[in-house]
Design a protein. Structure first.
Lengths: 331, 715
């Protein structure tokens, strides 16, 4: 629970994206359709137009401050509203001043310039109302309670981080390092921008099975396969995330801010249940780098991965479907 | 001075009303019969001195004879005429047309407003003004009103109906209505006025709007081909809404009848078959002046009332603009009760707790505004060179005092997004693709009209107009829906656009077909006619109807389905991202590989873990943080000891930890070596603490405190 040493507003700011346009390398602009962003998901997908030659994106913003911000007896003064884009991967922070739409109103608007070179993927956009309180300048009076996700790569405005899935012929791929894995049906690459599951198309029919929409036994087998792959992926991703943690001066690990952070926040409650995620991270880090306990933790990590992959459900459905099949052939 | 009707017809009617002949009058005035005849045929007018004699003979004052704006009261008094029972012994235990509707204020709003729209006087280009007034009467006002409608004459009929109410729906409703009036001592009048409409023109009995509304069932005499109604059922909602089955009417006519236009008054009562004093009555009854021309001078016809009478009947109109006032006596709203369970989207849930009263005027007011906004927002919207077709206001009174002030229904408040879309269309500011919030995109959707009489082929293609815009907040009702309307601008169809991808920005869409797409659009008239035939009595969808089958073909409705499909596709194309076919690895795997942030971790077995519930913190004089924290403890046998940890919040990196100078348990817990130990069985605990200033890395007023409870040792 957080406490500030000065008076703030208890209600949060509402932020909406109103338009998105790309500036191309030849100086022209491409105004993207409103489907480039989702107000429900609070996400913007700049990759939606499939362009590779854009330099920067301009995101139109509209903000509504909560009631009470203009109250005559408010303890703050010199109010300004800032939109701040934070990228946990590249550590770039961009802020822009918004302007008040009508004197005495609650609505502010402005445009945020996102430089493509500053980001590798997902950045989060928040808005702060900042003023002078008790003589101290630059104090945040209220913020948005949920940030928008600005993704410079994704072609779909969804909020949740999705791991990549790609297919390749491991034997003939131009990525030569894949040749070594030619007999594996899939591998997980956690060194990519976003962890990627590579599916080997040399195994005939595997993509067909994954893409199948049929019902019956085939779909149950597909679900089993998906569960198996997902278990592998989640396990690998967890190890990847825990493997290169930044360590602060006191020896404690720092919570990562990119995809690794998201994965850890999601999985740690199952790995070390009942404690705060930060505490859980410290414990896991201690066991991994310390003398003992790392081996014992593997079961918990595996369990966390199995839960995410819904393996239990997939298996139960597959078995039931097989039993049904057997009964049918008996009668 | 007000100019009344011609002297001749007026005098003729007065004589008939009084049941006297021309010869009798001539005798009384000591004139020849020919002289009287000459007045009546309009060949001459009486001298002023004779006027006074005539007034005396008719038992009225000179003014009435001169102005002739009203009938003399000398005639047979206004009374109730009950239709006698059928000679064949048949019994109607209710009006079938009224059964088609429930007593629902929203249905009433829809039907009456539609009628007013259809009867709008189009020549002057002004909108038709409709006003709904809810008026609750109690005490003396109720007494006076009952007297005005001759309640004592009606009461035996209501008693007769109540007695036989047992098995009949109508009987039960009427019985409940009468009981409510006596037990609660109140009566709710719902008045529907329209101005700048044609009014109930035509003869009392022969074909005309008056007879269509007052005397006939299932007759529709609509003024144009784009009219909304077509079944003549809508008027039945008036009687359905009255628990007493009683509606009074005052109309100002656009075309004079009997030389007059103002204050044509009549009442109609709908009761089931009944027997009173040994006489059988068929059902309906009329409140009016007995017509001397009818057999036995029994049938009540409309009369031209004076201002005092309409005042007493709560039927006064505010000006002389043509139009009709309907007064529904004993209005009730059964539909309002079930509403909130079904329409959770409307955001109106939650205030239904007070009581289950079907006669609550403030709630009826709210429901009327809601329904009018929902169904008629388009008719109320103007823009560019177009004026709105309709203006509606709603108010509620109690014994003449305003309870809810008159409020004009504003489409841009009730349906902001759709209204914006239509206005943009009228003003020509639509765009092809949506690139900014607030824009309105337009598309043409073809409607292929079939040939008449089941002939294969297409008469022509009508281009309907589809408008799509971003939905504004929650004011528009269900999001992602498509409203379809035609020439009369009433929303006919409301449907959610199916198969939208998750995360689609909320939108509202409007489909304008027929004359709504523009009067000059090719085949607008034909489309209008076709769609009108495809509407059921409720006018709430387009689909297979008998009329469609008879006039076109049994498969004609498929053309409408094709229109809907095309419209939905166009909407999806405008608002949704194109589905990516290049997606690799199948949806199932992608889904399994999403970091959801929602999966609840399994609660471990063992001791229960208390959690922070409330925190109060201030900076002390010495610069230390002073905290008081409350903790909730889940039910459990064993409670885990917790360590409160005070840290300073930072933007990145690790949080600096503060030491405690003091830590005290206030209730439900004890502090031991900086560890909180909870008293077994406690569900809440409270502790106090002060940080050690020497452990603060920066000035306290520039820090943000984070307090956590950690299990175990809390390192």
């Amino acid at each position: 629970m957080k406490i500030y040493p000065y008076k703030r507003l208890s209600r949060s700011i509402a932020l909406r994206v109103t338009s998105v346009s790309l500036r191309l390398s030849d100086g022209t602009r491409d105004r993207l359709e409103t489907s480039a962003y989702s107000t429900q998901q609070q996400a913007v997908a700049l990759g939606i137009a499939g362009r590779t030659d854009w330099v920067s994106a301009t995101i139109g913003l509209s903000v509504t401050l909560p009631p009470g911000v203009n109250a005559p007896d408010a303890p703050w003064s010199e109010l300004c509203v800032l939109a701040v884009l934070t990228d946990g991967e590249t550590n770039v922070r961009t802020s822009v001043n918004l302007t008040l739409d009508t004197e005495g109103g609650h609505d502010w608007s402005g445009a945020l310039e996102v430089l493509r070179d500053d980001h590798r993927g997902r950045a989060s956009l928040a808005v702060y109302a900042v003023g002078t309180v008790d003589g101290v300048r630059g104090r945040s009076i209220t913020e948005t309670d949920r940030s928008w996700i600005i993704d410079t790569v994704s072609d779909e405005p969804v909020r949740d981080l999705q791991l990549e899935v790609r297919q390749a012929s491991f034997k003939r791929s131009s990525r030569e390092w894949l040749h070594a894995y030619a007999d594996a049906p899939w591998i997980v690459d956690t060194s990519a921008r976003v962890p990627t599951v590579l599916v080997n198309t040399d195994i005939e029919g595997v993509m067909g099975l994954l893409d199948s929409n049929s019902s019956g036994v085939e779909s149950k087998v597909r679900d089993l396969l998906v569960a198996q792959m997902a278990t592998d992926a989640w396990t690998a991703v967890f190890h990847g995330a825990i493997g290169d943690l930044e360590v602060e001066s006191g020896g404690g690990p720092v919570f990562p801010t990119d995809w690794q952070g998201e994965v850890l926040r999601e999985m740690l409650p199952d790995v070390i249940p009942g404690v705060h995620v930060e505490e859980a991270l410290r414990q896991v880090h201690r066991r991994r780098t310390g003398e003992s306990g790392w081996v014992e933790l593997q079961t918990r990590i595996h369990y966390a991965a199995v839960r995410r992959a819904d393996a239990g459900k997939a298996l139960a459905y597959a078995i039931r479907s097989l039993e049904q099949k057997n009964r049918e052939s008996e009668t | 001075m007000e100019t009344g009707e011609e002297f001749g017809p007026w005098l003729s009617r007065q004589l008939r009303l009084a049941g006297r002949t021309q010869a009798e009058l001539a005798e009384e005035l000591q004139l020849t019969r020919a002289a009287v005849s000459a007045w009546i045929t309009g060949r001459s007018t009486p001298r002023p001195t004779v006027m006074a004699d005539i007034a005396k003979a008719l038992g009225t004052d000179l003014g009435t004879v001169h102005t002739r704006t009203t009938d003399t009261q000398a005639g047979l008094p206004v009374t109730w005429y009950h239709r006698p029972g059928y000679p064949d012994g048949g019994r109607d235990l209710g009006n079938a047309a009224a059964f088609a509707f429930d007593a629902d204020a929203q249905v009433l709003a829809r039907e009456t407003c539609q009628n007013s729209l259809d009867e709008r006087l189009t020549e002057n280009g002004r909108p038709v003004k409709v006003r709904y007034t809810l008026h609750e009467l109690t005490g003396e006002k109720l007494e006076a009103f009952r007297e005005a409608i001759l309640w004592n004459d009606l009461f035996p009929h209501y008693s007769a109906v109540s007695e036989s109410a047992g098995g009949q729906k109508v009987g039960r409703v009427v019985d409940a209505g009468v009981r409510d009036m006596y037990e609660k001592g109140r009566l709710v009048l719902l008045r529907v006025d329209d101005y700048n409409a044609s009014g109930l023109t035509g003869d009392d009995y022969a074909d005309g709007k008056f007879a269509a509304v007052v005397r006939r069932q299932l007759e529709s005499l609509k003024s144009g081909h784009s009219a909304g109604g077509s079944y003549g059922l809508g008027k039945a909602t008036l009687w359905a809404t009255s628990a007493l089955g009683l509606v009074l009417i005052n109309s100002t006519l656009s075309v004079p009848h009997e030389g007059r236009t103002e204050r044509r008054v009549i009442g109609r009562l709908e009761l089931p078959w009944r027997e009173v004093d040994g006489e059988a009555y068929a059902g309906p009854a009329w409140f009016g002046r007995p017509d001397p021309d009818s057999p036995g001078a029994m049938v009540a016809r409309s009369w031209w009332a004076d201002e005092g009478t309409v005042e007493n009947l709560y039927l006064s109109r505010e000006n002389d603009e043509p139009g009709t006032s309907f007064l529904i006596v004993g209005a009730h709203d059964v539909g309002g009760l079930a509403e909130n369970s079904s329409d959770a989207d409307d955001g109106s849930a939650g205030d239904e707790r007070d009581d289950e009263d079907t006669r609550d005027i403030t709630r009826m007011h709210k429901r009327l505004v809601e329904a009018l906004g929902r169904d008629f927002w388009a008719a109320m919207t103007g823009g560019g060179s177009r004026l709105p077709l309709l203006e509606v206001s709603v108010r509620a009174l109690r014994n003449g005092e305003e309870v809810v002030p008159e409020k004009q229904v504003d489409p841009s408040v009730e349906q902001p997004s759709r209204t914006r879309a239509l206005r943009a269309h009228y003003e020509g500011t639509t765009v092809d693709r949506l690139t900014e919030a607030g824009q309105v995109a337009v598309r043409n959707i073809p409607l292929k009209l079939p040939l008449f009489g089941g002939v294969r082929g297409t008469l022509g293609t009508h281009q309907a107009v589809l408008l799509v815009t971003e939905s504004e907040k929650d004011a528009d009702g269900a999001k992602n829906s498509l409203h379809s309307l035609r020439g009369n601008r009433m929303t006919v169809k409301r449907a959610t656009v199916p198969r939208l991808p998750i995360g689609t920005n909320p939108f509202q869409a409007v489909l304008l077909v027929g004359e709504a797409a523009g009067e000059t659009t090719p085949f607008a008239k034909e489309a209008e006619e076709f769609l009108r035939a495809a509407e059921p009595p409720e006018h709430d969808r387009w689909g297979q109807t008998e009329e469609l089958t008879l006039r076109w073909s049994p498969s004609a409705y498929r053309r409408i389905n094709a229109l809907t499909t095309e419209a939905n596709n166009a909407v999806r194309e405008l608002v949704a991202r194109p589905k990516r076919s290049s997606r690799e690895g199948g949806e199932a795997l992608r889904k399994a590989l999403t970091v959801k942030k929602k999966t609840k971790a399994k609660v471990p077995t063992g001791p229960v873990v208390p959690a922070l519930d409330a925190l109060d913190a201030t900076v002390g004089d010495g610069g230390e943080w002073q905290i008081t924290a409350e903790v909730t403890i889940p039910r459990g046998d064993e409670i885990a000891p917790m360590v409160p940890v005070a840290q300073l919040d930072v933007r990145s990196g690790g949080r600096p930890k503060l030491d405690w100078a003091e830590l005290v348990g206030v209730e439900g817990c004890e502090v031991e070596d900086g560890i909180l130990r909870f008293i077994p069985g406690a569900r809440r605990a409270k502790f106090r603490g002060t940080t050690d200033v020497t452990s603060h890395p920066v000035r306290t007023t520039l820090t943000r405190l984070v307090l956590e409870l950690r299990a175990g040792k809390g390192e």
